[in-house]
Structure formats: C-alpha cells, structure tokens
Design a protein around this ligand. Structure first.
Ligand SMILES: C[S@@+](CC[C@H](N)C(=O)[O-])C[C@H]1O[C@@H](n2cnc3c(N)ncnc32)[C@H](O)[C@@H]1O
Length: 254
C-alpha cells in the first residue's frame, strides 16, 4: 500500500481549514504574470482535487495522482462543484513517468508534492517529465518545504484535533529529521473515535518529506531544461526566508 492510500480517508478532514481558494488564486496570479496565453493546465499530484476545481473555471485541466483513493475523492469534489466533465481529466499514474497524450501551457504541483520526491533521481524525473509535457515557454509552478526555514525552526511534534459529525479525529505528527539527507520522516498516528458508539480506529503512516535549497533548484533546472524565473515565500511576493516553511518556485521551459 502506497502513502496516501489510507491517509486519503482523513485527508480532507485534516485539511478542512486549508484555504484552497486563496491558494488557487495565488497560483492563478503567478500564471497570469508568466504565461501570455494559458489555455491548458496539468496538475501533478492533484490529490482530492481541491485546487483543480478552481483551475477548471479558467482552463481545461488534467490532474495526475498515483493514489486511486485520493482520485476517487477528487471525482466527488469535481461533481460537488458541478464542473463539466470535459473540463477535467483525472489520470492515475506516477508523475515521474506518466506519459500524457498532449502538452500543456502550465504544470502546477501544489501542497508539497515535490517534497515527496526523496532523492535527486526522483526530483529530476518529475522535472524532466513536467518539461516534456509543456509547450514552448510553458511554466512549472510548485511549492515545497524550504531548507533554511526547516533548519531554523526545526520540525516539532504537532497534534491536530477535529470533529466531523459524530466522529472525533486526533492526529499526532511525530517528525524525525535526517539532516544529512535533507529529509524529515513524519510519522503520523491517527485516532478516530465515534462518540456515539465509542468505536475507534487507529492507524499509522510515515511521510518522507524533502526540503530544498535554492541553489539545488537552480541546478535541477539546468539538468531538466528549465530556467528558474522566480521564487517566493509561499503565498507572498517576498523572497523565501527562514520564517516561512513553504517556498514557491516558478520555472520556465527553455
Ligand atoms: C500533500 S498531497 C497534495 C494534494 C493536493 N495537491 C492538495 O493540495 O491537496 C500530495 C499528493 O501527491 C501525490 N503524490 C506523491 N507522490 C506522487 C507521485 N510520485 N506520483 C503521483 N502522485 C504523487 C499523493 O498521492 C498526494 O495526493
């Protein structure tokens, strides 16, 4: 079983406070600044489709994700938002190797999908594949964990408690920093309790997250046919820094 196959059941519950519409607007603004005429967009790691439904209001889109259970949820999200079937295509595949039957003006990969690429081969495989699927001067926009912030702030144990209907959910995130590999192993322990029946479920899953530094992004760009055109602290127009865990990079196909 892959990461997310179990977690997908809880994914939207634990991210219910995430402002997907604000994030999509931020990415749409970057697209308008960097792409003269955008008609088509491919999203790498589209998950449950919460950004995709915003993008589909503007472009024809294709969402790729290797988790069938995340994509099942994405289909429901698309139905709920009454998006026409011909506006969104969902493909279950690995973003490192998927071969789509068309090229796109923009590729986006949001909410730390690139941080799931643990080693250089995986990072390069995704970048080269994004490049392969872009039209001339197309852009690839992604966010990821940002090294200087991770090393300054250090990952800490976090507990999230949420209620949905009769169910209470507790998620403990227990991070383990592997400083010589630029990764953090985040061990999730999830507890789900039905307050009416007192029945409960527990499960555990480890997500291995890579943090990046700008010079290595520049090198990855050179090796995959991109130039780095902009970087920002996530959801801002500022340069990435130690205070913001997330960074956003805009790459142009050359
Ligand atoms: C943190 S979630 C982000 C999902 C969505 N972009 C969002 O903002 O909610 C990371 C997603 O990346 C997908 N993913 C990770 N590695 C992948 C790979 N190699 N190929 C395809 N999908 C991948 C996971 O299945 C998951 O849906």
């Amino acid at each position: 079983m892959k990461t997310f196959d179990n977690y997908s059941k809880y994914y939207d519950i634990f991210n219910q406070e995430k402002n997907y519409s604000q994030e999509a607007e931020y990415v749409l603004k970057l697209i308008s600044q960097h792409v003269a005429k955008c008609n088509s967009l491919v999203e790498f790691g589209c998950g449950t489709g919460k950004h995709a439904v915003h993008f589909a209001k503007h472009y024809t889109i294709c969402g790729v994700d290797f988790s069938p259970t995340m994509l099942e949820q994405a289909s429901l999200t698309i139905k709920e938002h009454k998006i026409d079937d011909d506006k969104v295509k969902l493909i279950c595949d690995n973003i490192q190797s998927v071969k789509l039957d068309q090229k796109y003006d923009v590729c986006v990969s949001i909410f730390h999908v690139m941080s799931y690429m643990q080693n250089n081969d995986q990072v390069l495989a995704v970048l080269k594949n994004a490049r392969r699927h872009l039209n001339e001067s197309g852009v690839f926009i992604f966010d990821c964990w940002y090294g200087p912030a991770v090393l300054k702030q250090r990952p800490t144990q976090r507990i999230k408690k949420l209620t949905k209907g009769d169910n209470e959910y507790i998620r403990l995130a227990d991070p383990e920093l592997a400083i010589d590999q630029n990764i953090v192993k985040v061990h999730y322990h999830i507890f789900e309790l039905n307050s009416k029946t007192s029945q409960y479920n527990t499960y555990e899953e480890t997500h291995i997250m890579r943090y990046y530094f700008e010079p290595e992004i520049q090198l990855f760009c050179q090796l995959s046919g991109f130039e780095l055109v902009e970087s920002h602290a996530w959801l801002t127009e500022e340069h990435p820094g130690e205070d913001n865990w997330g960074a956003c990079f805009v790459l142009r196909a050359i």
